[in-house]
Ligand binder design. Structure first.
Ligand code: BGC
Length: 755
């Protein structure tokens, strides 16, 4: 189809009609011009395609599909190939089901462990979230299915999600909340972007021109179409002007009329409507030209892939005395309802109608050495002494007790946030009682976000299974019994208690006012800076084998910020079983005039190593690896100085490091005013030269005479004098001069400084 020609044949009414959906899931067709309708469907970790009654909260049924591990889990894989494969599987599924765009990935940064949708989101680290989503998007789109990366932007809480205003300063927005989107747009060209419900600094995302046009398209080069989240449209006409192309779902024609009226009234340029239509039809056509409805969708095969993936995402948090892996012949008591009925997905729009679910009990069915007891109810958080006593007995009569705990659906879901960071009381008590009955207690967790673990010292092992998808039971068994060596790493810090989290004082906001007062210090950026104890740091995870690092080589120890350098390091598997290590590269700005985190993740690679094997891992670093967002330049900037290149096993365990010097090629232009202080003026040799005569005169005047005297008690010390002069603004210099410097002289001086 020649899209431009087709648009030229459309009436204004027809064009406007294309700017909102046909119904809940389909775009509008125009039959007389051969414009076809295409379907959009959730979601990030499986297909939620609704045939009949539609909704955006996962309440009505969708077709049977495969539920893969959710974002919280797949991010923990730190594995770009896994993300790509997940994308490919989803792409094939969409091709088979004639869905043009899969609504995801959801990449919002995890600001607080309380966000109800954390189970869908990737990480507290924007680089990891961006890299994971880029690989996933490349996977989906390799099948000629589009994605809709969401929710753009600063949508980090569910509380008042359709009205809240995320008040984020410019630097924080760029370095933390926009970065995952930026990486994804630049590395994987998503076909569409979904704007979020919330406002950002007082402007709704749906009509935020700075976000949707200036940053997304002009700066990052996005060339697909932008759709609203379901019901996120604020002002349709302003939306068109801002760069919002498609409103979803259908507006029943109401907003189409607004567009038509605005064009007729001369308030909206019709060319902008044409542009929105063109962008949308271009993407739709990309799908239609490449539709392959005969693509095979083998759900059983995908179930096995989902099992393998879930196992690769699990994070071994504790393993005292090497209690794991368990022996396949030991008496093992599986305790807790989640062993039979796992929490494997979250509530809301990503909810999949799984064609089958495998629990740990299912995966171990038929083994006489395995027992099961329920332990707690997931319907309500009540203490049931009968269930507890049964569990204690089972634990006593087994060699090892494995408690399956986690967050029931009702605690963690789209539309609302968690109220606390604890497990339900009945589960906490169960863990305590079982651990008292059997010292060999292992805890398996199914949750989408960190929890407090007051019971940690009393159990031997903890396996974080996250929200692992429909095959999570088999995957858990694979890891527990050693068929799979755990290789996930935490994509977020686990604070000891909720109050430790940097957003604790302001999360949720006052009314709609959600002030991101912690700034760039999100997650480990805060805990590391504060030298705070955490339960488990960002990037942490154990293995059944050991790894050793050596031979860190940085290709140059002194570079310009425009240079690219290569960093290599050797990693050896020194244990007896094969395993995967996640090699993490952090950059530490050693000296800076702006507040910066101690270190930030700038590279990671996952590597498989046979016992005894060594591999050389390589990273490339460039300007962005060292830069921060400069609010005067409104751009990324590197300050000249020393930077540490650190290889870590997690953000708290740096095993090798080397310092290099980076020299900036950009200077930050300074504008001097009456209020500029001496200390800042001294940074500019030219301005200082202009000021020098006045400064000398003033310093002589203030010290009385030129001869140094013995300091008398209470007299101004040198340090005090220096500080006094250093903080002195130009306007005060003039007034201290007691009339010797006229207003005109001061203005001439400022002008000379700025020349
Ligand atoms: C969610 C989106 C989802 C949409 C459609 C909204 O409630 O926020 O993530 O894609 O519904 O189901």
């Amino acid at each position: 189809m020649d899209i431009k020609k087709t648009i030229a044949q459309m009436t204004l009414q027809e064009k406007a009609s294309l700017c909102s959906g046909l119904n809940f899931w389909y775009t509008q067709p125009i039959e007389r011009l051969g414009v076809e309708s295409v379907m959009l469907s959730d979601g990030p970790h499986g297909l939620r395609k609704q045939e009949e009654s539609a909704d955006h909260l996962g309440t009505n049924d969708s077709i049977k599909a495969v539920c893969f591990p959710a974002g919280c889990a797949t991010a923990a894989s730190f594995d770009r190939e896994l993300m790509y494969q997940l994308g490919q599987e989803l792409g094939d599924t969409c091709q088979h089901e004639k869905v043009s765009v899969a609504l995801g990935p959801a990449v919002n940064v995890k600001r607080s462990p309380l966000c109800g949708r954390n189970f869908e989101y990737y990480s507290e680290d924007p680089y990891l979230a961006g890299e994971a989503s880029a690989s996933y998007i490349n996977g989906v789109q390799s099948k000629n299915i589009g994605v809709s990366i969401k929710h753009f932007a600063a949508n980090n809480q569910e509380h008042r999600r359709m009205s809240s205003d995320s008040r984020v300063d410019e630097r924080t927005l760029r370095e933390i909340y926009l970065l995952p989107f930026e990486i994804a747009v630049k590395k994987s060209d998503p076909w569409t972007v979904m704007c979020s419900y919330n406002q950002i600094n007082g402007v709704f995302s749906s009509d935020n021109r700075e976000l949707l046009t200036d940053i997304l398209r002009k700066e990052w080069g996005f060339n697909g179409y932008v759709m609203t989240d379901w019901g996120a449209m604020n002002d349709r006409v302003e939306g068109i002007k801002a760069g919002l192309d498609l409103e979803m779902p259908a507006s029943g024609g109401a907003t189409d009329r607004m567009i038509v009226d605005a064009v007729k009234a001369g308030e909206l340029d019709e060319a902008l409507v044409d542009l929105a239509v063109e962008r949308m039809l271009t993407i739709n056509q990309r799908y239609l030209d490449n539709a392959k409805p005969d693509t095979v969708w083998d759900m059983e095969k995908q179930h096995e892939i989902a099992r393998k993936m879930a196992a690769e995402c699990m994070v071994l948090l504790k393993n005292d005395d090497g209690i794991l892996p368990l022996s396949k012949t030991d008496q093992v008591a599986l305790i807790g309802k989640f062993a039979k009925q796992p929490r494997y997905q979250g509530g809301g729009s990503s909810h999949i109608n799984s064609f089958k679910v495998t629990s740990a009990c299912d995966a171990l069915a038929g083994h006489d050495n395995i027992s099961y007891s329920e332990g707690y109810s997931i319907q309500e958080d009540v203490i049931d002494e009968v269930l507890l006593a049964e569990a204690e007995n089972a634990a006593r009569s087994a060699k090892v007790a494995v408690v399956f705990a986690g967050l029931p659906d009702v605690i963690e879901s789209e539309c609302y946030d968690r109220k606390h960071m604890s497990l339900p009381n009945n589960q906490v008590l169960l863990i305590e009682r079982v651990a008292a009955a059997n010292p060999n207690t292992v805890v398996v967790l199914y949750n989408g976000s960190p929890i407090e673990m007051p019971w940690l010292p009393r159990v031997k092992a903890v396996l974080e299974g996250y929200i692992g998808g429909q095959a999570v039971g088999g995957a858990t068994v694979d890891v527990l019994f050693g068929d799979q060596n755990p290789c996930g790493r935490l994509p977020e810090s686990f604070p000891i208690q909720l109050e430790d989290n940097p957003s604790f004082l302001s999360f949720g906001g006052e009314g709609d006012n959600a002030v991101y007062s912690e700034g760039v210090f999100v997650g480990y950026r805060y805990y590391d800076k504060k030298k705070m104890k955490v339960l488990f740091p960002f990037g942490f995870g154990l293995s059944y084998t050991n790894f050793e690092y050596s031979n860190l080589v940085v290709s140059s120890d002194s570079i310009l910020d425009t240079d690219t350098i290569t960093v290599t390091v050797d990693v050896k598997n020194t244990g007896h079983v094969a395993g995967k290590e996640v090699v993490q590269l952090y950059v530490a700005d050693r000296e800076s005039t702006v507040f910066r985190p101690i270190r930030e993740l700038k590279g990671y690679e996952k590597v498989w190593l046979a016992p005894g094997e060594t591999k050389n891992i390589s990273f490339q670093l460039s300007k962005r690896s060292f830069a921060y967002w400069n609010v005067e330049l409104h751009d990324w900037h590197v300050e000249s100085g020393v930077f540490g290149i650190q290889i870590g096993r997690d953000s708290r365990n740096i095993v090798l490091e080397k310092d290099i010097t980076v020299t900036s090629t950009t200077s930050v232009p300074k504008v001097f005013t009456r209020n500029s202080i001496t200390m800042d003026i001294m940074q500019s040799p030219k301005a200082l030269a202009a000021l020098k005569p006045m400064l000398d005169g003033l310093s002589q005047m203030l010290s009385g005479d030129a001869e140094p005297k013995e300091p008398t008690e209470g007299a101004a010390s040198n340090e005090m004098m220096q500080a006094m002069l250093g903080y002195l603004p130009l306007r005060s210099m003039a007034s201290f001069a007691g009339g010797a410097i006229s207003e005109q002289q001061l203005n001439d001086l400022i002008q000379a400084m700025n020349e």
